[in-house]
Design a protein around this ligand. Structure first.
Ligand SMILES: [Zn+2]
Length: 452
């Protein structure tokens, strides 16, 4: 049986030399270090586990860069959201499939091997359900299957325009379901991903703004052991409105009223108190940080030292997909903390290498948030991995954790060379095998959408 052979690979116990991996049915069947390459093995220098992108709205890749124009009023998350709603108002199932495929190709080329798709456009442009209620879930599944990225689909329950059960606005008509409608959509979504190898389906109550307390309980009753993702405390206005309505901050309310545990991914949690972060850490939930989007939207800076000090977990998401890059997310996470704390190597938190600490956290937190039982280069884990180009200028003379520091902090172009998801080789020489066709379809879609 032919395998993969790496001169240096990052295993759960640390860096190892001369590592040979065998893959069967999308998982690592056998891993040996100090091994000799066998005839027929594919040989590489540096091997790393692939990383989960725990929070994506793939369709937003199509509006990346369109909201960078100053408007008359104060620009904020909320004015960005108006532009997003206009984009949502015209995007068709074919468009969503084309845009998602482009986003997924870019994720794979940057080292993300699975995506958590927080999927909230469900209905047609008029707000009516499609004949097939999972039409758009099927389009997401088709994009994942065609590009080969692993998929954790998170169908979103969305019902209100704000706290207190405010009626949704016309711009939100494509998102809205009743609880019964959502239960049917969830069932249909499970069928929609059946052909995607290793796919997981979770649930995503959108936010405490969009979901009432009773609805949250009803959605959670449908989750079982599956991942539960929610946007929380991203915006100061959201915190203020939650305080006004519930008399509590969003994370505080959630921790008091919902069974938050290791199934949960709390996306953003930007505006969280020390007490909320200590309780989040104790719950075992993962905080889903999306540094590029949070910077782009002007959300604020997450209090990472508090979470790390309490032993909490986090993972990384590309959220609005305004720019897609694993190393870029990790670098900006660290740099935001340096700017806020006026010190260096904040995320290392007791470890020697900041790059290694960021990479390990993203690996473990991402896998937990997306419902994987195990991750990393170990037997029985999904065969998700990356090779780096050892000849890349940022890796010159580097070994061990300095490879990760070089990639994350000094790699101008990505040194990601090959990428495998569930054992399928999808990227070679930094290029996804279907890059050109996917990009052509994406460009045609955008030219038509933006000409309208
Ligand atoms: Zn989001």
């Amino acid at each position: 049986m032919s395998g993969l052979f790496f001169e240096d690979a990052l295993l759960p116990q640390g860096w190892a030399k001369n590592v040979r991996l065998l893959i069967e049915a999308g998982r690592f069947a056998f891993i040996e270090s100090g091994a000799a390459p066998q005839p027929g093995d594919e040989r590489h220098r540096i091997g790393l586990p692939g990383i989960c992108n725990l929070h994506s709205h793939a369709f937003q890749r199509g509006m990346a860069g369109l909201a960078e124009v100053r408007s008359a009023s104060t620009d904020s998350f909320w004015s960005w959201r108006e532009l997003m709603y206009r984009f949502v108002g015209r995007i068709s199932p074919d468009d969503i499939e084309a845009v998602a495929a482009q986003a997924y190709v870019e994720m794979l080329e940057k080292g993300f091997t699975r995506v958590g798709e927080f999927h909230y456009i469900h209905h047609d442009i008029s707000g009516a359900a499609y004949d097939n209620i999972a039409e758009l879930a099927e389009r997401i599944a088709a994009s994942a299957q065609a590009t080969g990225i692993g998929l954790t689909l998170l169908p979103v329950f969305y019902a209100h325009a704000g706290f207190g059960g405010r009626d949704p606005s016309p711009a939100q008509r494509r998102f809205v379901n009743s609880i019964d409608g959502f239960a049917r959509l969830l069932e249909a979504s499970r069928r929609a991903v059946a052909a995607v190898p290793g796919a997981v389906v979770g649930v995503a109550p959108h936010s405490l703004r969009a979901v009432s307390a009773d609805e949250l309980a009803a959605v959670l009753a449908l989750a079982g052991d599956a991942p539960i993702h929610i946007h929380v405390a991203e915006q100061v206005l959201e915190v203020e409105e939650c305080l006004a309505f519930h008399g509590q901050r969003p994370l505080q309310w959630l921790l008091d009223h919902a069974p938050v545990d290791r199934r949960w991914c709390l996306v953003h949690a930007t505006h969280a108190s020390a007490d909320e972060l200590a309780r989040t850490a104790a719950s075992g939930a993962v905080v889903g940080l999306c540094p590029i989007t949070e910077a782009n939207l002007g959300d604020g800076i997450f209090d990472a030292p508090r979470l790390l000090g309490a032993g909490g977990r986090y993972g990384i998401g590309s959220d609005s997909n305004v720019q897609i890059g694993l190393a870029d997310e990790l670098r900006l996470l660290e740099y935001g903390q340096r700017l806020a704390q006026r010190t260096r190597n904040v995320m290392a938190h007791g470890q020697a290498s900041t790059g290694r600490a960021l990479f390990d956290a993203a690996l473990q937190g991402g896998a937990q948030a997306l419902g994987l039982a195990s991750a990393g280069l170990q037997e029985a884990a999904p065969a998700d991995l990356i090779s780096l180009d050892a000849g890349h200028i940022a890796l010159a003379g580097r070994g061990g954790d300095a490879i990760l520091d070089g990639w994350i902090f000094a790699g101008q172009q990505t040194p990601v060379d090959c990428v495998w998801a569930a054992g399928r080789k999808l990227v070679s020489g930094g290029r996804h095998h279907d890059r050109d066709a996917v990009a052509r379809r994406f460009k045609n879609t955008l030219e038509r959408l933006l000409a309208a």
